[in-house]
Design a protein around this ligand. Structure first.
Ligand SMILES: Cc1cc2nc3c(=O)[nH]c(=O)nc-3n(C[C@H](O)[C@H](O)[C@H](O)COP(=O)(O)OP(=O)(O)OC[C@H]3O[C@@H](n4cnc5c(N)ncnc54)[C@H](O)[C@@H]3O)c2cc1C
Length: 366
């Protein structure tokens, strides 16, 4: 008899949700995390992750978790998705809102700057404003999932690294730096480390270094959650995103695919250099000049990109005991709660009623 019904490797954004959903269904679950829970070496730290209704990211599971964990996890600020009026980024937001009948407003640059004076968008930038958008608190989401998972009977080990796994008969053996465990099912949610554990996804789930900066606003009152919606913007300088002051001081900003640096997560440069700061400061000075004060903090973080920037989710073709969720390509956190539910479905039944065709593991196979 295997020791566990399911083992989950990686208790980060996705894994903490998977452990919770498995435990809630009454399964005997072990979650294994190599670092602390949470930590700052993967993809789920930095105090905020955007959630926008414009992408049909319905937060009902997050609200359910807020109730179970007795924590506030979602902060509503409104969201702005902006770019040149003919850009796919801007037009795609309108299309998504129309398709899913989500209310929105179109704001020209003078309108958006007047309504939210922390913004100083130049001519030629249009915005889709969606009043219900906002952000999640990722570290607290992970801790909440882990906490309610333990309350539901899950066992979670931190500081325990999985060194390897293999299918033996009907079961899976998982070897760590401390012990060997067996389970009927294995769920791998290892983020940037997925390629090291799952050869099948290795060529298609590529880690990339990201940098976040927090700048001191000259007018902090314009950068509060009440006065400053989260934003994503497509510009000639690249695709940037940002957040109001919340929980830590400073206006937070990042550029998607920062310097396009592919990395090994165990050997990534986690120092911040002058060019890292300049990419963030230059943009802030032009589009949010009242926030371009001292650099208060920085963090490195990791995207795990797939060729089409869609996720990879499924059961391994020749090993039906093992399912994987990887390649979240810089936009996965908002879906972590539902991914947890999907991974529990795959482990329990080998299938899910959620439509995950877009994320098929075999779509890059030639
Ligand atoms: C800078 C930045 C900004 C982002 N902004 C947004 C946003 O605004 N909105 C959004 O929705 N998404 C955003 N994302 C993407 C989102 O944060 C990620 O898609 C998501 O956090 C990925 O979760 P994960 O569980 O795959 O990875 P992680 O949370 O990193 O979890 C993987 C875990 O597996 C553990 N692990 C790996 N290997 C082993 C092993 N061998 N043994 C034990 N444990 C192991 C790791 O230590 C880690 O804790 C952003 C990402 C970054 C980096």
């Amino acid at each position: 008899m295997p020791g566990y019904d399911a083992i989950v490797i990686g208790v980060g954004g996705m894994g903490s949700a998977a452990v919770y959903h498995l435990a809630k269904r009454g399964l005997k679950v072990l979650g294994l995390e190599q670092f602390e829970i949470p930590h700052e070496l993967g993809s789920s730290h930095g105090h905020s992750r955007m959630i926008r209704y414009t992408l049909q990211e319905h937060p009902s599971l997050w609200h359910a978790l807020e109730q179970s964990a007795r924590e506030t996890l979602v902060v509503t600020t409104g969201s702005v998705r902006a770019g040149p009026p003919d850009s796919d980024f801007y037009l795609g937001a309108i299309e998504a809102c129309d398709m899913h009948q989500i209310p929105y407003e179109i704001l020209g640059n003078t309108e958006v700057n007047k309504r939210f004076p922390g913004y100083q968008f130049p001519d030629g930038i249009s915005s889709v404003y969606q009043a219900d958008g906002g952000f999640l608190l990722p570290e607290l989401c992970i801790v909440s999932h882990a906490q309610v998972a333990e309350e539901a009977g899950a066992e979670i080990h931190s500081g325990e690294t999985v060194l390897g796994w293999e299918v033996q008969g009907d079961d899976v053996q998982v070897r760590t730096n401390r012990d060997t465990y067996s389970a009927a099912r294995l769920v791998i949610t290892a983020g940037a480390w997925a390629a090291k554990l799952v050869p099948h996804v290795a060529p298609f789930a590529v880690p990339e270094r990201q940098v976040l900066g927090w700048f001191k606003p000259d007018r902090p009152e314009l950068f509060t959650p009440e006065n400053f919606p989260v934003f994503g913007i497509w510009t000639e300088e690249g695709r940037y995103y940002g957040f109001p002051n919340y929980s830590v001081p400073g206006f937070k900003i990042g550029r998607a695919h920062h310097l396009k640096q592919k990395v090994d997560p165990d050997d990534m440069d986690r120092e911040i250099h002058a060019d890292d700061e300049e990419i963030l400061r230059g943009f802030t000075s032009r589009y949010f000049p009242l926030a371009a004060g001292d650099l208060l903090d920085t963090k490195t973080c990791i995207y795990t990109n797939t060729p089409d920037e869609q996720f990879m989710i499924g059961v391994l073709p020749d090993q039906p005991q093992v399912s994987v969720a990887a390649g979240f390509s810089g936009h996965g956190f908002k879906f972590a709660s539902v991914i947890g539910e999907i991974m529990a479905d795959l482990a329990q039944n080998g299938e899910t009623s959620h439509n995950i065709d877009l994320f098929r593991l075999d779509r890059f196979d030639s």
